[in-house]
Structure formats: structure tokens, C-alpha cells
Design a protein around this ligand. Sequence first.
Ligand code: T4K
Length: 386
Amino acid sequence: MSRTAPLYVTRPELPPLDDFLPYLRQIWDSRVLTNGGPFHAQFEQALCEHLGVRHISLFTNATLALVTALQSLRIGGEVITTPYSFVATAHSLMWNGITPVFVDIDPVTLNLDPAKVEAAITPRTTAIMPVHCYATPCDVEAIQRIADDYDLKVIYDAAHAFGVKRQAADGWHSVLQNGDLSVLSFHATKVFNTFEGGAIVCRDAKTKARIDQLKNFGFVDEVTVVAPGINGKMSEFNAALGLVQLKHIDEAIARRGAIESRYRELLRDVPGVRMLERPAGVTPNHSYFPILVGPGFALGRDGLYHGLREQGVMARRYFYPLISDFPMYRGLPSADAARLPVARAAAEQVLCLPIYPALANEDVERIAAIVAAGAVASSSPMPLAA
Ligand code: T4K
């Protein structure tokens, strides 16, 4: 057993406390705690500028944002989505009475495979909800072509994709500009956190106004309620924290990039380990570092998972089990394992290694050494000096 403190899959990045205290003092003095206060307005504006998008609505978390995004476009019937994601993706459909239709993923990106989407479209299909998994952009052009052909909406679960840009013919654009709506998460475990938080990115002021009404119980003014809205509002505390966090995000992402590069160097020749390809024409955010532990790896994925834990390294099997294997989904025809071979293989092989700005270089080296030892060991990987 390791004698050092555990290394978690992630640790939230926080600004110096002294930088945040003046914001807290302002909240204490003004007594404006929520319901669209000044920090909420400033944070929306600052995010639009930072991310390069036109309209943003802040939320308490991404799950409520996903639920509200679907409401705002009046989505019903069936929605095509990926089984290889965090459960919140499909849960947001269920909370709207929508039937998720799971479609297999692409073996290279691990995102929804557009080539398999068309065959899953029925007269009840109203939308596609892909996920930019681990912040690798989906094939947005192919997905949009299908959506246009069949008159479907596209709502991206972009929980992982803060700050990711793609190169197009006319320059670099935020990946959040694709589809009808994109949903971000600012949860503690994400690249950019406001403790809890989320947002919907949309294309026009009218849609933003509807989303803003829906996240505030459907209120338009003191006496007018136009829809059965929910309470999804971000508080002033979270918005103020977001403003301070934005000052440090570029540095944090750069440090993550250095950690990812080191992992890649150290794991390049480890038999049975596959790393996801870095897509060309993408500015990444290094939000996760998944490895796929294949048949050539002596210890196997779960052996490595447990071996790492014995050494105090809390790697995580994001995303295992598949969403389609959870009890509330496995009865659906689209959850049939035979239809989802790529997603199933990914769920059985994936292991997300720790990556966060405060992770020390020597810890990256220790983790990589445990992985490398597991590739050839038949039992627990070699213990390392604490
Ligand atoms: N869509 C996608 C594709 C998502 O990945 C997610 C969330 C959502 C939608 C929904 O977003 P939100 O509604 O949450 O905004 C975590 C997160 O809770 C979840 O936000 C995230 N995806 C998912 C991938 O991971 P857990 O249950 O694995 O988290 P937990 O508590 O085990 O944390 C992992 C490690 O992080 C801990 O071992 C230690 C560290 N940690 C965590 C927290 C919460 C800290 O050091 N401090 C902390 O405060 O789900």
C-alpha cells in the first residue's frame, strides 16, 4: 500500500482565496445572492468573449441545463444519442419523457458514429444528442448534414468541451457553435469549475430569452408565467467564482497539456495500451487522459485499475458500465449489446488516468511506471517507493 496521499483522477483548480474575497465582500454588502444579479450578468458576458460564442445562459449544473435545453426546443418522441457517456446525458432525455435511442460510437474518436445514425431514425425521431467525449469534437459536419436532411434538432452535450476550438475553412471557431444548442458543465471535476455550474450556448437572443424564462420557473415578469419552468439559476457566488477562475484558465489548460504530452511520451511503447489520437485542427483542453487497455496488456484493464488503487492512484473507468446497461435503459431495443460493439469494447478497455494542473511531474512518471509494469506483470504491478 502506498504511503503517499492518494492521487485522484482529478482535483479542482481554485484561484488564490484572496482574489475571491473582494467578490464575496461585494455579495455580502449588496445582499444580492441570486436571480440574475450583477456577477451573473458579468460572467455571461465574460464567457461569451472567452469562448467566442454569441449567447450563453448560466445554470446550476449541466444536468439541469440539458433537461432545460430539450424543453426549450420542445423535443419529444425519440432522440438519438450515445451510450458511451456519463449517465446525465440519457437521464436528461428520460426527465423529458423522451426515449433515448442508443447508436454505436466511432472507434477512433469514441463519439457517436454518424455513419450509424441514419439507420436509427424513425418517424418519432426529433433530435440528435451527441457528446464531445473527453472534449474530442464530434464529426459536426456529418451530424449537421443528417439533421438537415431529416429536419432534426442537434443538442450537443459539451460538458467536457470548455474552450475547445476547431479549424474550419474560414478560421478557428468554438466547437460550441455547432448544432442548435450546446451544454457545458462547470462541475468541480471539470477543466473549468464554479464548484457546481453549467450553461447552455445558443445561437440567437430569442432562444436565450426562452431558456432564461425556463430556468426561472417560466417567469416573464412578476405576474406572468409562460411555461412550466424549473429553477436552474446560477447563484452570485458561483458566477463570481467563475469570473475569477477565467483569469487562470489558460494557464491551467497549458499545464494539463504538458502533463498529457509527458504521459504520451512515457506510454508510447507500452504493449496493449492505446491512447486516443490527437485530432488535427483542434485546440484541445486536455480535460481527461483516457487510455484503452487492450488484449495485449498482461494485467487486463481491471487488474490495472485495482493495481493502481493499491498504489494510491484512483484512476477511473469513465465510462463503464455503458449507459445502455443501467437498469432503466437496458430493456430498450437500442440497448441490445449486439448493436453497440464499439461502445462495449471501449467501456471494457478504458481507464482515465489522473490529469489536473497540480499533478506533479514525478507523479505522472510514477503512474506511467505502474501502467508499464502492468503491461508485462501477471499479478499486481510492482510496488513503487513512496
Ligand atoms: N454530461 C457529461 C458528458 C458529463 O461528463 C457530465 C458530468 C454531465 C453531463 C453532467 O454535468 P453536471 O450536472 O455534473 O454539471 C463526476 C462528476 O460528478 C460529473 O460532473 C462528471 N460528468 C463525471 C464524469 O464525473 P463522479 O461520481 O465520478 O465524481 P467523484 O465525486 O467520484 O469525483 C471524482 C474525483 O474527483 C474524486 O475521486 C476526487 C475528485 N474531486 C471530486 C469532487 C466532487 C475533488 O477533488 N473534489 C470534489 O469536490 O462524477
